[in-house]
Design a protein around this ligand. Structure first.
Ligand SMILES: [Zn+2]
Length: 337
């Protein structure tokens, strides 16, 4: 096999390399406080592990820390990158363990601190734009063309209660490939996503690259059992793609996997005190009370009810919710269960 030439590097067959991808920022990156491992010379510096299998196969892109406070995926993908043996691999893996590195070191849990850019919602960005736009553009131009599949790790935010679930893209050219991959993992809820401007969803919609987004854990906590579950699911995906055999993990055939044809997201129409009447991972019926919004005097402002039969996936646990703020997400069952 020829060397793998990527990001200015050349890796021989069976080679693993730690590096950093330099994203030109045109002096935009905040120079006030240069944090360890994040920037050099005004560029944005993305830590990366490139793993070139001895044998040919698919190229998998693994990302975590796009939302920098959604922690579980970060140590999980670092561990898998260390465990992967390129001599025993057929294919290639690019691991970016912490994409929003500036958010990570400044404890901005979600968006890029430089410009409040959401790296999972504002693609495709632009080459001469703000810091976040430049980062997204770098993915579109430099990274996506190199890969066959994208696996992106997320989790629930502060105040959220999350059921582990995996989103797959709705776009016809990639839908089945992604759904089959989702079923190879040990995640009970598999949700068809209509998203268009996230990392994996943009790649699926505009570049026909299949991918998945896994949500596990919540509250911006990092719990060992969530990290281990993420690690196992990444291994199962790597095995499913034919890149390497999972060392100590097996697909659980007894796990009930439910496919939802869409997720319904309810946001608040007003500022209010949100008190849910339901919890994650429970069936709901059309018309059922999902929660109430009251004011600071205790007067009822709104009742929030389900518009369809479904299954509650995740929710905000309260209390303060502003107009436009997220309340609940529920899935509508698919016939593919
Ligand atoms: Zn996220």
């Amino acid at each position: 096999m020829d060397d793998w030439r990527i990001f200015g590097e050349a890796l021989g067959p069976g080679e693993k390399r730690r590096t950093a991808l330099h994203v030109p920022m045109g002096g935009l990156a905040n120079e006030g406080e240069v944090m360890p491992g994040t920037r050099a010379g005004g560029d944005y510096e993305l830590p990366a592990i490139l793993i070139n299998g001895k044998h040919p196969g698919k190229t998998l892109l693994v990302t975590a820390g796009i939302h920098a406070g959604e922690y579980n995926g970060i140590p999980a993908v670092i561990q898998v990158a260390r465990e992967l043996d390129p001599q025993a691999m057929a294919g290639r893996v690019i691991v970016l363990p912490c994409v929003n590195t500036s958010g990570f070191w400044t404890r901005h849990p979600r968006t890029l601190p430089e410009d409040d850019f959401n790296l999972n919602g504002q693609y495709p960005g632009k080459a001469d734009g703000t810091a976040g736009e430049r980062l997204a553009d770098f993915f579109v131009r430099e990274i996506f063309p190199q890969v066959d599949f994208i696996m992106d790790f997320h989790g629930g935010s502060r105040g959220e209660r999350m059921t582990p679930l995996v989103f797959f893209p709705t776009y016809p050219k990639v839908r089945k490939t992604a759904l089959d991959a989702a079923k190879a993992m040990n995640v009970g809820f598999i949700v068809e996503s209509q998203a268009t401007r996230g990392e994996y969803s943009y790649a699926a919609r505009c570049l026909d690259i299949p991918g998945l987004l896994l949500e596990r854990g919540d509250g911006y906590y990092c719990r060992p059992e969530w990290v281990e579950a993420d690690r196992q699911d990444l291994w199962l995906l790597i095995e499913h793609l034919g890149i390497a055999k999972a060392p100590d993990v097996a697909r659980d055939p007894a796990l009930k996997r439910r496919v939802f044809r869409e997720a319904v997201y309810l946001d608040s129409e007003i500022n209010g005190l949100w008190t849910p009447a339901v919890d994650r991972n429970m069936p709901i019926q059309k018309g059922q009370l999902l929660g109430t919004l009251t004011d600071l005097y205790g007067d009822l402002l709104r009742e929030v009810r389900a518009e369809h039969d479904g299954h509650l996936l995740y929710l905000d646990s309260g209390l303060a919710v502003r107009k436009g703020g997220f309340l609940v997400a529920y899935g509508i069952a698919s016939s593919e269960e």
